[in-house]
Design a binder for this molecule. Structure first.
Ligand code: IPM
Ligand code: MG
Length: 360
């Protein structure tokens, strides 16, 4: 099969980790007789440096005309980088929000699971970890607070900022359906997270999720308030299968979930629209402090490439081959710095990419 992949290397460690993921994709292409045609576009700080904006319309067009997007990471140090002296709509993150909106990527899947080989890296106590945990956060990605009208103005001599949180029932319904569909392929439990004791948008969220649940009688549904969920994630993470939630809550909870897995450098993510098209990226950021030093862990990006093959190209065998290769490399004791523990073999970003590619 021939497929067009738009590649966004981005900033910080982005270029290094994406290069390794492409190494692995190329090995898959060779082994399984496919052809992946890559087109690079700029997004984030590198695009600001070249074009003065974090994402050009031309770049969006290229992405729209491809079969899937592979993204590294964008952004820099928010205290020191000149990119953060620009107007908010010209900063690196604005490019990410724009591409999500333009491509209609409303469904963000963020798995957080504990790799048995990396148990040591989990910050939770042994009795809380138990046999490990495996959850999928389904975050709504193109609505809510991050996309509502905002302004900062002077009201009667007082500087005042406003952000608006809007959801309509259709936006809630389509993400809820995705959440229940995924739950059907997993352990058939959905925890819908909201703040229905305070917010109108959350009360609508709960009502629509209850309606959607009627079409999935096999799935157990529970509602949880977001503050409680933040607590439950560290108290008993095993209880979660699919966490279904709105944009900002998902942003925050997915970082927490990633942290307790102890291996942020291992977690992939997918952002999907209502077709097969998707954008795939590691759950971690651009780590400007270690950029260009061959220290980054490319596994989250490699596993994102695996998700890309599985969700956008229906290449399950090929995706399995990548997942198994990663497993074997970990079993063989190879680790990048972020997941290093005693008696393991420390390798750099490039070597880790080569090890995984060689196992395909
Ligand atoms: C994420 C990031 C982004 C978000 C930022 C960079 C805009 O934190 O993907 O979780 O909040 O969505
Ligand atoms: Mg985030």
């Amino acid at each position: 099969m021939e497929k067009k992949i738009t590649v966004i290397k981005g900033d910080g460690i982005g270029p290094e980790i994406v290069t390794e993921a492409q190494k692995v994709l190329d090995k898959v292409a060779e082994k399984f007789g496919h052809k992946f045609v890559y087109t690079d576009i700029l997004m984030g700080g590198c695009s600001i440096d070249k074009y003065g904006v974090p994402l050009t319309d031309e770049a969006v067009e290229i992405a729209k005309n491809s079969d899937a997007v592979l993204l590294g990471s964008i952004g820099g140090n928010t205290s020191t980088s000149p990119w953060y002296k620009l107007a908010p709509n010209l900063r690196p993150e604005a490019g990410l929000l724009k591409i999500r909106k333009e491509l209609g990527l409303f469904a963000n899947l963020r798995p957080a699971n504990l790799y048995p080989e990396l148990r040591e890296a989990c910050p939770l106590k042994d009795d809380i970890i138990g046999d490990g945990f495996d959850m999928m956060i389904m975050r709504e990605l193109t609505g809510g607070l991050y996309f509502g009208a905002r302004k900062t103005e002077n009201v009667d001599g007082v500087e005042t900022a406003v952000d608006t949180l809007t959801y309509n029932e259709n936006e809630i319904r389509r993400i809820a359906i995705r959440g229940f569909d995924i739950a059907m392929k997993r352990r058939k439990k959905v925890t819908s997270v909201d703040k229905a004791n305070v917010l109108d948008s959350s009360r609508l969220w709960r009502k629509v999720v209850n309606e959607v649940a009627k079409d999935y009688p096999e799935v157990e549904l529970e509602h949880m308030l977001v503050d409680n969920c933040a607590m439950q994630l560290v108290r008993d993470p095993k209880q979660f299968d699919v966490i279904l939630t709105e944009n900002m809550f998902g942003d925050i909870l997915s970082d927490e979930a990633a942290m307790i897995s102890g291996s942020l450098g291992m977690l992939a993510s997918a952002s999907l629209n209502d077709t097969k098209f998707g954008m795939y990226e590691p759950s971690h950021g651009s780590a400007p402090d270690i950029a260009g030093q061959d220290k980054a862990n490319p596994i989250a990006t490699i596993l994102s490439a695996s998700m890309l093959l599985r969700f956008s190209f229906d290449m399950d065998k090929e995706a399995d081959a990548i997942d198994n290769a990663v497993k074997k490399v970990l079993e063989a004791g190879y680790r990048t710095g972020d997941i290093m523990s005693e008696d393991m073999k420390l390798v750099g970003c490039k070597e880790m990419g080569s090890l995984v590619a060689d196992m395909i």
